[in-house]
Design a protein around this ligand. Sequence first.
Ligand code: HEM
Length: 148
Amino acid sequence: MKPIVHAIAGSAAMLIIAGFWTSTLLSEVFLDYAAVAAVKHAIVYGLFLLVPFMAVTGGSGFALGKTRKGSLLEQKKKRMAIIGTNGLLVMIPVAIYLNGKAATGEFDAFFYAVQVVELSVGGMQFTLMSMNFRDGLKLAGKLRPRAN
Ligand code: HEM
């Protein structure tokens, strides 16, 4: 049961992050300021969904890892620490900041600089989560570990 909860929460968190990233890029490139502001607003509300999924992923992952050892697990733990730190110190404050700026129509150079940070760190978060997903499948015996 625990691996299923873990895999579902991890997959949901990844889908939410991919949704934030894609909707941000599409609205910035193709749509108007009102759409960008709506996306920034939705992302802040989306955090109320993402944060619990992340917490469940991390909590269930550490519980599953209690009885196991090995480099795959150690790497997953390290990545999770980076994901958590980035989330709390960069992604959440930046999402709130960009929403505030967009709500008051301040699409200045600083907005875009911070937007680039959000997209870059968001891409990094997704990559780290994908690596944890892959190593999770290896740990569960559903993907063959690379011979090296
Ligand atoms: C973003 C973070 C993470 C994602 C997306 C993720 C994803 C996954 C996935 C998809 C599986 C395969 C489940 C299955 O098919 O049975 C898995 C398994 C596993 N994960 Fe994670 N994981 C994450 C974080 C962690 C963390 C932080 C730990 C531990 C410190 C961890 C420990 C494990 C273990 C031990 C398994 C093997 C479970 C088994 O015995 O079947 N995961 N993970």
